[in-house]
Write a protein that binds this ligand. Structure first.
Ligand SMILES: Nc1ncnc2c1ncn2[C@@H]1O[C@H](COP(=O)(O)OP(=O)(O)OP(=O)(O)O)[C@@H](O)[C@H]1O
Length: 257
């Protein structure tokens, strides 16, 4: 079971007088669903980019089981706010593209792509062109494509940020279903306080200047959904309501929201 570790990572972008991220550590194990939240500009994406291997920390280390993260790798799938699908390919071909890169024969990769599309609740969309899909459907194709590489870690930067509120709620439960069914560790960035609380096994709150994790809240609400409890009953629970207030307080640190 691999572990992704960020150890006393700092980031100082070229030309910036101060570090964007000050010494920050974070560990993600298989089965974790770590949600990174905090005010705009506090450095959430920067930290995720270190885990993804898109940027190298100025000091500190990023690694998986002792191996340094220096570049992106197939062990880490990244999902962005905008799906970044190939518009000229069908949904199935978008998903199977990742498998083609691994040399899998066509019939097998089409079968696997259809399985993955079914997993993201798009059983009939394989032959559809990207332009025929809604925003939520595209994001699900993006997720299926991310899962195709069979990653150890799923790194998601505001994956639901561009969706309308109702689609977003349905996608939250889909993310929990995917997490429960895959052997992955998840790191997800979100601005959504309820989303952080519902999805995360751990909610990590960042503060700015320099960006750092100031609070970690262990949560068990996603596990309750996976065990069969309806989301509405979870969100009505007094522990959920108290958790939401606690998270908001940590994010706004006593300032009015
Ligand atoms: N490549 C870069 N070069 C210089 N500065 C950068 C770079 N990338 C990000 N920054 C700056 O670092 C700070 C943190 O940005 P980052 O995107 O990591 O924050 P964030 O918490 O994800 O923001 P948001 O919630 O608005 O998406 C911002 O001030 C941003 O302008």
């Amino acid at each position: 079971m691999p572990t992704l570790s960020l150890n006393q990572v700092t980031i100082r972008y070229d030309g910036e007088p101060r570090p964007t991220i000050g010494s920050t550590s974070l560990t993600i194990d298989t089965g974790d669903f770590v949600v990174l939240t905090g005010r705009s500009g506090c450095g959430k994406t920067s930290l995720l980019n270190v885990a993804a291997g898109f940027i190298t920390p100025s000091s500190g280390t990023a690694g998986i089981d002792g191996r340094s993260i220096t570049t992106p790798g197939a062990d880490r799938a990244v999902v962005f706010q905008n799906d970044a699908l190939f518009p000229w390919l069908s949904a199935r071909d978008n998903v199977s593209f990742a498998l083609r890169m691994r040399g899998m024969p066509k019939a097998e990769r089409n079968r696997r792509a259809d399985e993955l599309l079914e997993r993201v609740r798009l059983p009939k969309a394989g032959g559809k062109a990207v332009w025929e899909l809604s925003g939520g459907m595209r994001q699900r194709v993006g997720l299926a494509r991310a899962l195709a590489a069979d990653p150890d870690f799923l790194l998601m930067d505001e994956p639901l940020g561009a969706l309308d509120a109702l689609t977003r709620e349905r996608m939250q439960t889909l993310l929990l279903d995917i997490w429960a069914g895959a052997n992955v560790g998840v790191l997800m960035v979100t601005h959504g306080i309820e989303e952080a609380l519902l999805l995360g096994t751990r909610g990590a709150v960042m503060a700015p200047d320099p960006g750092r994790i100031v609070r970690v809240i262990e949560t068990g609400f996603g596990r309750r959904y996976v065990a069969g409890e309806p989301v509405r009953s979870i969100k009505a629970d007094k522990d959920f309501i108290a958790g939401r207030a606690e998270l908001a307080d940590a994010i706004f640190d006593g300032e009015p929201a």
